[in-house]
Design a protein around this ligand. Structure first.
Ligand SMILES: [Zn+2]
Length: 159
């Protein structure tokens, strides 16, 4: 089984004698960054918690995955408490298996951690887009609901 992590952190970057703040946004599989050089689509990532499908989690800075040369989404399938990721693009082709609960909790934890660093007003750039606090909180809540559903299924049996 692989391990999924979502890292969203504000970092201070020093260039000469100027310091600026940047977001570090990474999906990590087994501690290694996945989809380097691509922007994240948090809406797609959160949607991937609800059902099988092809999800364009890695995208272009403008939000059009095709623009960054990605024509196939990540094929995500659920079976018996396991989430399978079949990454065709970006290359190299890879397959990962995550425990459903670990996957959902990691997404929720990553998004929750980011909320603490968000400015209280206005919009802020995350992934390919700009979020208001309210919009971002909706992503966090969707992830939380997924965690609760998975825990419930684990405790009381599936379907
Ligand atoms: Zn683009």
């Amino acid at each position: 089984m692989n391990t999924f992590a979502l890292v969203i952190q504000r970092e201070k970057v020093k260039k000469g004698n100027r310091t600026s703040v940047q977001w570090r946004e990474e999906i990590q599989v087994d501690g290694q960054r996945c989809g380097q050089n691509y922007c994240l689509d948090y809406y797609e990532l959160v949607r991937s918690l609800s059902a099988d499908g092809d999800y364009f989690i890695f995208t272009c800075g403008c939000g059009e995955a095709g623009c960054a040369g990605i024509s196939e989404g990540i094929r995500i399938r659920y079976a018996a408490g396991v989430v399978e990721w079949h990454v065709v693009e970006p290359a190299p082709e890879q397959r990962f298996r995550f425990a459903e609960q670990q996957y959902a909790q990691a997404i929720h934890a990553g998004l929750s951690a980011a909320t603490k660093a968000l400015p209280s007003k206005g919009t802020f750039p995350l992934g390919y887009t700009f979020f208001s606090r309210t919009q971002f909180k909706q992503c966090v809540e969707t992830a939380q609901i997924a965690c609760e559903r998975i825990e419930f299924a684990g405790a009381f049996g599936r379907d």
